[in-house]
Design a protein around this ligand. Structure first.
Ligand code: C5P
Length: 306
């Protein structure tokens, strides 16, 4: 009998930076109530899904050695959930090509999970809508719904309740990748500790930032960027202060810690300015490596490789 082997499905999913990350109090379920504005960036992961006789995960690229390939990987969990919904066994080989720094505060693991949901929905012809995929995404992790949605969005709740935001132009970023990762729960825990011992300033509501996004002017947006997780990230990794200083000295409009860090993100005036800031930052010896990226870009989407 002739068996037809479907060609692999390749999905690209973006990284993210939080332009505004306001962290409220610790909830009874162990999460913090957030008000955040996400932007999806062109620095991305690709995942390739190939039908197989068992479920397996392979990882290559940026920080591959630190990514688990067992059931603790979110793509594994995404495959098991979607197979359950589809009423089939999760027989697929998942090859992840990492471009997003691991444990870098840029939602790399969430991007892979979102990509797996989109790709397997197509490969297995499950037929779930984007809203149905978003509901599964929210169970997998707080940032997975945004990795699915992409663009620029206001996030509330754990970060999983999303509203699209008007962002009028393309913004240009430089990313300083750090030597070691930071654990998200540890950074949130450090914020709780700092708040127990004092009253660190908290971000207000992001209305002005939303207006600056609508204007499309990076110079208007730059002074409004803010992240309540920056103080705890710097408390755990004081060396990041030097990185942040070096970025603005190199000509960036503003810099901030991305999400829970330790990646630092620098907003630049133009694509050319970003290239120049990246070159100068590379030579400054304040980070492991430097990337340029732009945003907003779409959420997880199937690539046509033909
Ligand atoms: O949702 P996710 O599994 O990505 O979250 C990882 C951890 O980050 C949580 O277990 C929690 O410690 C922390 N977190 C939080 N508040 C949020 C999102 C994440 O405290 N809104």
């Amino acid at each position: 009998m002739l068996s037809v082997v479907p060609s692999p499905v390749v999905v690209r999913a973006p990284s993210k930076v939080n332009l505004h990350l306001g962290v409220g109090d610790l909830r009874a379920d162990g999460y913090h109530e957030l008000t955040t504005v996400f932007q999806a960036l062109s620095l991305s992961d690709d995942i390739e899904l190939t039908p197989a006789s068992s479920l397996s995960v392979r990882v290559s690229g940026e920080g591959a050695g630190e990514v688990p390939t067992d059931r603790t990987n979110l793509v594994w969990q995404a495959a098991v959930r979607l197979a359950h919904v589809a009423g089939r066994a999760p027989l697929v080989e998942i090859a992840i090509r990492k471009g997003i720094p691991v444990a870098g505060g840029m939602a790399g693991g969430s991007a892979d999970a979102a990509a797996a949901l989109v790709g397997l929905n197509a490969l297995w012809e499950v037929g779930l809508s984007r809203d149905e995929l978003a509901a599964i995404a929210a169970e997998l992790g707080s940032d997975v719904p945004f990795s699915l949605a992409g663009g620029t969005a206001l996030g509330r709740g754990r970060g999983e309740k999303l509203l699209p935001v008007l962002s009028r132009s393309t913004f240009h970023w430089v990313l300083a990748l750090a030597r070691d990762g930071l654990s998200t729960p540890v950074v949130f825990g450090e914020l709780d500790r700092l708040r127990d011992h004092g009253d660190p300033p908290r971000l207000g509501e992001p209305q002005e930032l939303l207006q600056a996004l609508a204007s499309g002017d990076p110079a208007q947006l730059a002074p409004l960027l803010g992240n309540d997780l920056q103080a705890p990230a710097l408390s755990l990794r004081p060396d990041l202060r030097r990185t942040l200083r070096a970025g603005t000295t190199a000509g960036a409009l503003a810099g901030l810690v991305s999400g829970s860090g330790p990646t630092c993100a620098f907003l630049c005036e133009s694509e050319q300015a970003a290239i120049e800031v990246a070159a100068e930052l590379s030579g400054a010896g304040v980070c492991r490596s430097v990337r340029t990226a732009s945003g907003p870009v779409p959420g997880a989407r199937i690539l046509d490789e033909s």
